[in-house]
Design a protein around this ligand. Structure first.
Ligand code: ADP
Ligand code: MG
Length: 335
Protein backbone atom coordinates (compact mmCIF):
# COMPACT_ATOMS: atom_id res chain seq x y z
CA UNK A 1 0.00 0.00 0.00
CA UNK A 2 2.58 2.57 1.08
CA UNK A 3 4.76 3.60 -1.81
CA UNK A 4 2.37 2.09 -4.32
CA UNK A 5 0.51 3.78 -7.18
CA UNK A 6 -2.51 2.21 -8.83
CA UNK A 7 -4.17 3.91 -11.78
CA UNK A 8 -7.14 2.41 -13.61
CA UNK A 9 -8.81 3.77 -16.74
CA UNK A 10 -7.89 7.32 -15.85
CA UNK A 11 -9.42 10.03 -18.02
CA UNK A 12 -9.11 13.80 -17.95
CA UNK A 13 -11.14 15.87 -20.35
CA UNK A 14 -10.76 19.60 -20.79
CA UNK A 15 -13.46 21.67 -22.39
CA UNK A 16 -11.86 24.16 -24.68
CA UNK A 17 -13.66 27.02 -26.36
CA UNK A 18 -12.65 27.84 -29.87
CA UNK A 19 -13.51 31.10 -31.55
CA UNK A 20 -14.87 30.44 -35.01
CA UNK A 21 -16.36 32.42 -37.83
CA UNK A 22 -19.63 31.16 -39.21
CA UNK A 23 -20.86 31.94 -42.74
CA UNK A 24 -22.86 34.98 -41.72
CA UNK A 25 -20.21 35.84 -39.21
CA UNK A 26 -17.53 35.88 -41.84
CA UNK A 27 -19.51 38.51 -43.74
CA UNK A 28 -20.26 40.57 -40.67
CA UNK A 29 -16.94 39.87 -38.97
CA UNK A 30 -18.61 38.09 -36.07
CA UNK A 31 -17.31 35.13 -34.12
CA UNK A 32 -19.07 32.47 -32.16
CA UNK A 33 -17.45 30.12 -29.69
CA UNK A 34 -17.64 26.41 -30.07
CA UNK A 35 -16.99 23.98 -27.27
CA UNK A 36 -14.68 21.10 -27.91
CA UNK A 37 -13.62 18.29 -25.64
CA UNK A 38 -9.93 17.54 -25.40
CA UNK A 39 -8.95 14.19 -23.91
CA UNK A 40 -5.66 15.12 -22.28
CA UNK A 41 -5.51 11.74 -20.52
CA UNK A 42 -7.34 8.91 -22.21
CA UNK A 43 -7.94 5.63 -20.38
CA UNK A 44 -4.57 5.26 -18.71
CA UNK A 45 -3.82 2.32 -16.43
CA UNK A 46 -0.64 1.30 -14.63
CA UNK A 47 0.63 0.01 -11.34
CA UNK A 48 3.86 1.15 -9.71
CA UNK A 49 5.34 -0.72 -6.77
CA UNK A 50 7.29 0.58 -3.80
CA UNK A 51 10.85 1.55 -4.67
CA UNK A 52 10.42 1.79 -8.43
CA UNK A 53 11.77 4.79 -10.34
CA UNK A 54 9.57 5.33 -13.36
CA UNK A 55 10.30 7.66 -16.27
CA UNK A 56 7.04 9.04 -17.64
CA UNK A 57 7.91 10.23 -21.14
CA UNK A 58 6.17 11.69 -24.12
CA UNK A 59 6.24 14.65 -26.50
CA UNK A 60 4.90 18.09 -25.53
CA UNK A 61 1.19 18.02 -24.83
CA UNK A 62 1.15 14.24 -24.39
CA UNK A 63 -0.64 14.48 -21.04
CA UNK A 64 2.25 14.00 -18.62
CA UNK A 65 1.66 17.00 -16.38
CA UNK A 66 -2.08 16.39 -16.39
CA UNK A 67 -1.45 12.86 -15.13
CA UNK A 68 0.90 14.08 -12.39
CA UNK A 69 -1.61 16.75 -11.34
CA UNK A 70 -4.31 14.14 -10.92
CA UNK A 71 -1.97 11.80 -9.06
CA UNK A 72 -1.00 14.56 -6.66
CA UNK A 73 -4.60 15.65 -6.05
CA UNK A 74 -4.36 19.04 -7.76
CA UNK A 75 -6.77 18.08 -10.56
CA UNK A 76 -9.95 16.05 -10.33
CA UNK A 77 -10.11 13.21 -12.86
CA UNK A 78 -13.06 13.09 -15.28
CA UNK A 79 -13.28 9.36 -14.64
CA UNK A 80 -11.18 6.41 -13.54
CA UNK A 81 -9.56 5.32 -10.35
CA UNK A 82 -6.40 6.46 -8.55
CA UNK A 83 -5.01 4.91 -5.41
CA UNK A 84 -1.71 6.27 -4.10
CA UNK A 85 -0.33 5.11 -0.76
CA UNK A 86 -3.71 3.42 -0.42
CA UNK A 87 -5.55 6.75 -0.67
CA UNK A 88 -7.63 8.58 -3.23
CA UNK A 89 -5.69 11.81 -3.82
CA UNK A 90 -8.58 14.17 -4.37
CA UNK A 91 -10.70 12.85 -1.52
CA UNK A 92 -8.20 12.79 1.33
CA UNK A 93 -6.26 15.92 0.32
CA UNK A 94 -4.80 16.94 3.68
CA UNK A 95 -3.92 13.51 4.94
CA UNK A 96 -2.72 12.54 1.48
CA UNK A 97 -0.25 15.40 0.96
CA UNK A 98 1.63 14.27 4.06
CA UNK A 99 2.51 11.03 2.30
CA UNK A 100 3.80 12.43 -0.99
CA UNK A 101 6.46 14.85 -2.18
CA UNK A 102 5.93 16.97 -5.29
CA UNK A 103 8.30 19.06 -7.38
CA UNK A 104 7.19 20.98 -10.45
CA UNK A 105 10.27 22.29 -12.22
CA UNK A 106 8.40 25.39 -13.35
CA UNK A 107 7.00 26.37 -9.97
CA UNK A 108 8.19 26.64 -6.40
CA UNK A 109 6.50 25.57 -3.21
CA UNK A 110 8.73 27.82 -1.15
CA UNK A 111 7.74 31.17 0.26
CA UNK A 112 9.03 33.71 -2.22
CA UNK A 113 9.62 36.59 0.19
CA UNK A 114 11.09 34.69 3.12
CA UNK A 115 14.66 33.62 3.71
CA UNK A 116 14.94 29.98 2.67
CA UNK A 117 15.42 28.70 6.20
CA UNK A 118 12.05 30.15 7.25
CA UNK A 119 10.28 28.14 4.55
CA UNK A 120 11.62 25.06 6.23
CA UNK A 121 10.49 26.27 9.65
CA UNK A 122 7.00 26.67 8.21
CA UNK A 123 7.07 23.24 6.60
CA UNK A 124 8.08 21.74 9.94
CA UNK A 125 4.99 23.27 11.54
CA UNK A 126 2.66 22.33 8.68
CA UNK A 127 3.77 18.71 8.72
CA UNK A 128 4.02 18.70 12.53
CA UNK A 129 7.51 17.23 12.52
CA UNK A 130 9.30 16.80 15.85
CA UNK A 131 12.11 19.36 16.24
CA UNK A 132 14.90 16.86 16.79
CA UNK A 133 13.84 14.59 13.93
CA UNK A 134 13.42 17.62 11.70
CA UNK A 135 16.94 18.87 12.47
CA UNK A 136 18.44 15.49 11.66
CA UNK A 137 16.68 15.29 8.29
CA UNK A 138 17.33 18.88 7.45
CA UNK A 139 21.05 18.42 8.10
CA UNK A 140 20.99 15.38 5.83
CA UNK A 141 19.44 17.36 2.97
CA UNK A 142 21.69 20.38 3.49
CA UNK A 143 24.57 18.00 3.04
CA UNK A 144 23.15 16.04 0.08
CA UNK A 145 21.96 19.11 -1.81
CA UNK A 146 24.58 21.63 -0.69
CA UNK A 147 22.15 24.19 0.71
CA UNK A 148 24.49 25.76 3.25
CA UNK A 149 25.60 28.77 1.26
CA UNK A 150 22.15 30.23 0.73
CA UNK A 151 20.04 29.17 3.71
CA UNK A 152 19.57 32.80 4.78
CA UNK A 153 18.88 34.17 1.30
CA UNK A 154 15.43 35.29 0.32
CA UNK A 155 13.93 32.65 -1.97
CA UNK A 156 13.24 35.15 -4.76
CA UNK A 157 16.94 35.93 -4.92
CA UNK A 158 18.05 32.32 -5.40
CA UNK A 159 19.34 31.13 -8.75
CA UNK A 160 17.25 28.50 -10.51
CA UNK A 161 19.72 25.79 -9.53
CA UNK A 162 19.72 26.84 -5.86
CA UNK A 163 15.95 27.08 -5.82
CA UNK A 164 15.51 23.63 -7.37
CA UNK A 165 17.79 22.06 -4.79
CA UNK A 166 15.85 23.81 -2.03
CA UNK A 167 12.55 22.72 -3.57
CA UNK A 168 13.70 19.14 -3.67
CA UNK A 169 14.67 19.28 0.01
CA UNK A 170 11.30 20.85 0.83
CA UNK A 171 9.45 18.08 -1.00
CA UNK A 172 11.33 15.48 1.04
CA UNK A 173 11.39 17.00 4.52
CA UNK A 174 8.31 15.07 5.70
CA UNK A 175 9.76 11.78 4.41
CA UNK A 176 7.12 10.94 1.82
CA UNK A 177 6.73 7.42 0.45
CA UNK A 178 6.40 8.71 -3.08
CA UNK A 179 8.08 11.54 -4.95
CA UNK A 180 6.42 13.11 -8.00
CA UNK A 181 8.77 15.10 -10.21
CA UNK A 182 7.54 17.06 -13.21
CA UNK A 183 10.53 18.29 -15.24
CA UNK A 184 12.81 18.52 -12.19
CA UNK A 185 15.95 19.32 -14.16
CA UNK A 186 14.55 21.77 -16.70
CA UNK A 187 16.90 24.70 -17.24
CA UNK A 188 19.51 23.47 -14.77
CA UNK A 189 23.25 23.41 -15.37
CA UNK A 190 25.03 20.06 -15.58
CA UNK A 191 26.41 20.18 -12.04
CA UNK A 192 23.03 20.92 -10.48
CA UNK A 193 21.40 18.22 -12.58
CA UNK A 194 23.97 15.84 -11.21
CA UNK A 195 23.25 16.83 -7.60
CA UNK A 196 19.50 16.45 -8.15
CA UNK A 197 19.92 13.01 -9.72
CA UNK A 198 22.31 11.80 -7.01
CA UNK A 199 19.95 12.93 -4.27
CA UNK A 200 17.00 11.11 -5.84
CA UNK A 201 19.05 7.92 -6.22
CA UNK A 202 20.35 8.20 -2.69
CA UNK A 203 16.84 8.64 -1.28
CA UNK A 204 15.61 5.69 -3.30
CA UNK A 205 18.49 3.59 -2.00
CA UNK A 206 18.24 4.66 1.63
CA UNK A 207 14.50 4.88 2.04
CA UNK A 208 13.06 2.94 -0.87
CA UNK A 209 11.14 5.99 -1.95
CA UNK A 210 9.02 5.47 -5.08
CA UNK A 211 9.67 8.01 -7.84
CA UNK A 212 7.72 8.97 -10.94
CA UNK A 213 9.32 11.62 -13.10
CA UNK A 214 8.64 13.40 -16.35
CA UNK A 215 11.59 14.90 -18.17
CA UNK A 216 12.91 15.99 -21.52
CA UNK A 217 16.43 15.11 -20.52
CA UNK A 218 17.11 11.48 -21.30
CA UNK A 219 20.18 11.59 -19.08
CA UNK A 220 17.71 11.78 -16.19
CA UNK A 221 16.12 8.59 -17.41
CA UNK A 222 19.41 6.83 -18.06
CA UNK A 223 20.83 7.65 -14.67
CA UNK A 224 17.65 7.22 -12.63
CA UNK A 225 14.81 5.18 -14.05
CA UNK A 226 14.41 1.44 -14.10
CA UNK A 227 11.06 1.53 -15.87
CA UNK A 228 9.72 3.49 -18.80
CA UNK A 229 6.15 4.54 -19.52
CA UNK A 230 5.70 6.25 -22.88
CA UNK A 231 2.60 8.26 -23.59
CA UNK A 232 1.30 10.25 -26.51
CA UNK A 233 -2.04 11.96 -27.04
CA UNK A 234 -3.16 10.84 -23.60
CA UNK A 235 -2.56 7.14 -24.20
CA UNK A 236 0.12 4.79 -22.98
CA UNK A 237 1.90 2.99 -25.77
CA UNK A 238 4.78 1.45 -23.91
CA UNK A 239 5.28 0.30 -20.33
CA UNK A 240 8.15 -1.95 -19.33
CA UNK A 241 11.63 -2.08 -17.82
CA UNK A 242 14.21 0.12 -19.57
CA UNK A 243 16.47 -2.88 -20.03
CA UNK A 244 13.69 -4.71 -21.88
CA UNK A 245 12.99 -1.62 -23.95
CA UNK A 246 16.61 -1.39 -25.03
CA UNK A 247 16.92 -5.09 -25.76
CA UNK A 248 13.78 -4.97 -27.89
CA UNK A 249 14.58 -1.86 -29.89
CA UNK A 250 18.36 -1.82 -30.02
CA UNK A 251 18.47 -3.60 -33.35
CA UNK A 252 21.72 -2.18 -34.69
CA UNK A 253 25.15 -1.19 -33.58
CA UNK A 254 27.38 1.43 -35.05
CA UNK A 255 30.98 0.62 -35.87
CA UNK A 256 33.39 3.47 -36.49
CA UNK A 257 36.64 2.55 -38.14
CA UNK A 258 39.70 4.75 -38.57
CA UNK A 259 42.13 3.55 -41.19
CA UNK A 260 45.82 4.38 -41.05
CA UNK A 261 46.21 5.22 -44.68
CA UNK A 262 43.85 6.34 -47.30
CA UNK A 263 42.92 3.24 -49.08
CA UNK A 264 40.27 2.34 -51.50
CA UNK A 265 37.44 0.65 -49.68
CA UNK A 266 35.76 -1.76 -52.04
CA UNK A 267 32.05 -2.15 -52.10
CA UNK A 268 32.11 -5.48 -50.35
CA UNK A 269 30.26 -4.12 -47.35
CA UNK A 270 27.27 -3.19 -49.42
CA UNK A 271 27.02 -6.73 -50.66
CA UNK A 272 26.78 -8.05 -47.09
CA UNK A 273 23.33 -8.48 -45.75
CA UNK A 274 22.28 -5.84 -43.26
CA UNK A 275 25.51 -3.81 -43.32
CA UNK A 276 25.12 -0.16 -44.16
CA UNK A 277 27.77 2.49 -44.62
CA UNK A 278 26.51 5.69 -43.06
CA UNK A 279 29.57 7.80 -43.57
CA UNK A 280 32.77 7.61 -45.48
CA UNK A 281 35.18 10.48 -44.92
CA UNK A 282 38.20 10.69 -47.21
CA UNK A 283 38.30 6.92 -47.35
CA UNK A 284 39.78 6.93 -43.86
CA UNK A 285 36.85 7.21 -41.49
CA UNK A 286 34.01 4.78 -41.91
CA UNK A 287 30.82 4.62 -39.96
CA UNK A 288 29.03 1.35 -40.52
CA UNK A 289 25.75 0.16 -39.10
CA UNK A 290 25.33 -3.54 -38.59
CA UNK A 291 22.62 -5.71 -37.04
CA UNK A 292 23.42 -6.21 -33.35
CA UNK A 293 23.80 -9.99 -33.67
CA UNK A 294 26.42 -9.69 -36.43
CA UNK A 295 30.05 -9.81 -35.49
CA UNK A 296 32.42 -6.89 -35.97
CA UNK A 297 35.26 -9.28 -36.71
CA UNK A 298 33.82 -9.94 -40.19
CA UNK A 299 34.46 -6.33 -41.09
CA UNK A 300 37.92 -6.31 -39.56
CA UNK A 301 38.91 -9.41 -41.48
CA UNK A 302 37.64 -8.01 -44.74
CA UNK A 303 39.56 -4.81 -44.31
CA UNK A 304 42.75 -6.63 -43.43
CA UNK A 305 42.32 -9.07 -46.30
CA UNK A 306 42.19 -6.19 -48.72
CA UNK A 307 45.29 -4.58 -47.27
CA UNK A 308 43.74 -1.98 -44.98
CA UNK A 309 45.39 -1.06 -41.67
CA UNK A 310 43.06 -0.23 -38.83
CA UNK A 311 44.13 2.57 -36.52
CA UNK A 312 41.11 2.68 -34.27
CA UNK A 313 37.75 1.02 -33.98
CA UNK A 314 34.76 1.78 -31.76
CA UNK A 315 31.48 -0.06 -31.44
CA UNK A 316 28.38 1.60 -30.03
CA UNK A 317 24.90 0.36 -29.38
CA UNK A 318 21.99 2.62 -30.26
CA UNK A 319 21.34 5.02 -27.42
CA UNK A 320 18.00 5.52 -25.72
CA UNK A 321 17.44 8.91 -27.37
CA UNK A 322 18.06 7.52 -30.84
CA UNK A 323 15.51 4.77 -30.36
CA UNK A 324 12.96 7.15 -28.85
CA UNK A 325 13.35 9.56 -31.75
CA UNK A 326 12.71 6.73 -34.18
CA UNK A 327 9.68 5.58 -32.27
CA UNK A 328 8.17 9.05 -32.01
CA UNK A 329 8.78 9.61 -35.71
CA UNK A 330 7.45 6.31 -36.98
CA UNK A 331 5.17 5.31 -34.12
CA UNK A 332 6.57 1.85 -34.63
CA UNK A 333 5.06 0.65 -31.39
CA UNK A 334 1.54 -0.62 -31.89
CA UNK A 335 -1.01 0.05 -29.20
N1 ADP B 1 -6.18 23.55 -17.82
C1 ADP B 1 -6.23 23.15 -19.09
N2 ADP B 1 -7.24 23.52 -19.91
C2 ADP B 1 -7.32 23.10 -21.18
N3 ADP B 1 -6.41 22.30 -21.76
C3 ADP B 1 -5.36 21.88 -21.01
C4 ADP B 1 -5.22 22.29 -19.64
N4 ADP B 1 -4.08 21.72 -19.14
C5 ADP B 1 -3.56 21.01 -20.15
N5 ADP B 1 -4.31 21.09 -21.27
C6 ADP B 1 -4.06 20.43 -22.56
O1 ADP B 1 -3.96 19.05 -22.32
C7 ADP B 1 -2.95 18.46 -23.12
C8 ADP B 1 -1.92 17.78 -22.24
O2 ADP B 1 -1.20 18.78 -21.52
P1 ADP B 1 -0.04 18.43 -20.48
O3 ADP B 1 -0.51 17.35 -19.57
O4 ADP B 1 0.41 19.69 -19.87
O5 ADP B 1 1.08 17.84 -21.47
P2 ADP B 1 2.63 17.51 -21.18
O6 ADP B 1 2.90 17.77 -19.74
O7 ADP B 1 2.79 16.08 -21.59
O8 ADP B 1 3.41 18.41 -22.09
C9 ADP B 1 -2.38 19.57 -23.97
O9 ADP B 1 -3.02 19.54 -25.21
C10 ADP B 1 -2.74 20.83 -23.20
O10 ADP B 1 -2.90 21.91 -24.05
MG1 MG C 1 4.25 19.04 -18.81
Amino acid sequence: MEGEIIVENLVKEFIIRKRKKGFVGSILGLFYTQKEILKAVDQISFKISKGEIVGYLGPNGAGKSTTIKMLTGILLPTSGKILVNGMEPFKNRIQYTKTIGVVFGQRTQLWWDLPLIESFDLLRLIYKIDKKIFQQRFDEYIELLGLNDFLYQQVRKLSLGQRMRADLAASLIHEPFILFLDEPTIGLDILTKDIVRKTILELNRRKKITVILTTHDLEDIKSLANRLILIDKGKIYYDDQIQTFLETYQTNKKVTIHLEDEFYFPDFLNSLNGFRIIQNQANRLYEIEIPKEKSVSTIIEMIQNTGGKIQDITVKKQELDEILKLIYKNKTIEL
